[in-house]
Design a protein around this ligand. Structure first.
Ligand SMILES: [Zn+2]
Length: 278
C-alpha cells in the first residue's frame, strides 16, 4: 500500500468507535469521511488489527479522557491531587551524579521522574529538559526518532554546566502508549508519516500533557527555566502554566536515514524549530 497517495487529501481515513454494552460484545462502527470504495477497501485491511485488541483500545480511550480531565484542571488548584512526591535518591550516571526524585500520579497510576544536578532552588534560571518517555529511543537505541540522542545530549549539557533539571514524563509515543506506538510504526513502515499514523489510529497528532511540570518544578523549588527543546508547543505549555522560560536552548540532533523523514514531519507538520532537510 502506498500511503503517500493520501498526502494532501482531507480524508481523515476512519475513526473506530466502539461501545461495550453487553459484556464482551463490542460494536465497531467504521466511519469513513469523504472517501471512495477503492480507498475503503484498502483501509479495511487494517480493520482486524483495530478489532483484535479492543480492550487495549478502551484503555487508551480512558487514558485520553483522563488526560483531558487533567488538562482541564488548573494545576495550581489540584497540585496535591495531580502529583504526589514519593522519595529522592542519588543516581550516578556516565556524566554526573544526579539526584533522582520520584513522583506518583494518582489519576493514571503513572510514575514520573525528575533528575536534578546542583543547586536548582536558588531562583536563578535552570538549564532544563522536559522529556517524554520513548522506550524505543531512550532504552532500545532506536534510530526512528531523535529522543534517545536528545535525552543524552540534555544530560551531557546539564553535566557540563554542573546544574540543571530533567523532567522525565511517562507519556510514551506522544501520549498514545507503547502498544499503539508499535501500531503507528507499522503504519509508518507502510508509508504513513508520524502524524498520519497517529491520526489513522484515531488519535490526535500529539496527546502529551505538560501540566505535571508545574507541581514537579514547584516541589523542586525551580522558578525559571532555560529550556532545551525544539518544540514550540512545549514553550506554549510553559507559558500556559505560568512557568517562566528565561531562554530557549535548541537541541539539534544529527539526522540519519531512519529519522530523516520523522524530523521533516516534526518540522513541517508539528512546527518544531528544526531546519527541514532538502
Ligand atoms: Zn522517540
Amino acid at each position: 500500500m502506498n500511503w503517500k497517495q493520501f498526502s494532501g487529501n482531507p480524508v481523515r481515513f476512519a475513526q473506530v468507535v466502539y461501545t461495550s454494552s453487553f459484556g464482551d460484545i463490542f460494536f465497531v462502527i467504521l466511519t469513513i469521511f469523504n472517501t471512495n470504495s477503492v480507498l475503503l477497501a484498502r483501509h479495511l485491511e487494517h480493520l482486524p488489527q483495530f478489532v483484535s485488541d479492543l480492550r487495549a483500545a478502551r484503555l487508551f480511550k480512558r487514558r485520553i479522557r483522563e488526560n483531558r480531565m487533567l488538562s482541564n484542571n488548573p494545576p495550581a488548584e489540584n497540585q496535591e491531587q495531580v502529583l504526589e512526591f514519593v522519595d529522592s535518591c542519588q543516581l550516578p550516571t556516565t556524566w554526573a551524579n544526579f539526584h533522582m526524585h520520584a513522583f506518583f500520579e494518582p489519576a493514571t497510576g503513572k510514575e514520573h521522574i525528575a533528575l536534578t544536578l546542583g543547586e536548582v532552588a536558588d531562583g536563578q534560571p535552570v538549564l532544563a529538559r522536559i522529556h517524554s518517555e520513548c522506550l524505543t529511543g531512550d532504552a532500545l537505541f532506536s534510530q526512528r526518532c531523535d529522543c534517545g540522542p536528545q535525552l543524552e545530549m540534555a544530560l551531557q549539557k546539564i553535566a557540563q554546566e554542573g546544574r540543571g533539571v530533567l523532567l522525565y514524563l511517562r507519556q510514551e509515543g506522544r501520549g498514545i502508549g507503547l502498544l499503539n506506538k508499535v501500531r503507528a510504526y507499522h503504519l509508518q513502515d507502510d508509508g504513513a508519516d508520524t502524524v498520519e499514523a497517529n491520526q489513522l489510529l484515531g488519535f490526535a497528532a500529539d496527546l502529551r500533557n505538560y501540566g505535571l511540570c508545574d507541581p514537579m518544578l514547584k516541589h523542586l523549588g525551580i522558578q525559571s527555566l532555560r529550556l532545551m527543546t525544539n518544540n514550540p508547543r512545549k514553550l506554549a505549555a510553559m507559558a500556559g502554566l505560568n512557568v517562566t522560560v528565561a531562554e530557549h536552548v535548541p537541541l539539534i540532533i544529527e539526522r540519519n536515514q531512519y529519522n530523516n523523514r520523522y524530523l521533516n514531519t516534526k518540522a513541517n507538520k508539528l512546527g518544531h524549530l528544526i531546519q527541514p532537510d532538502l
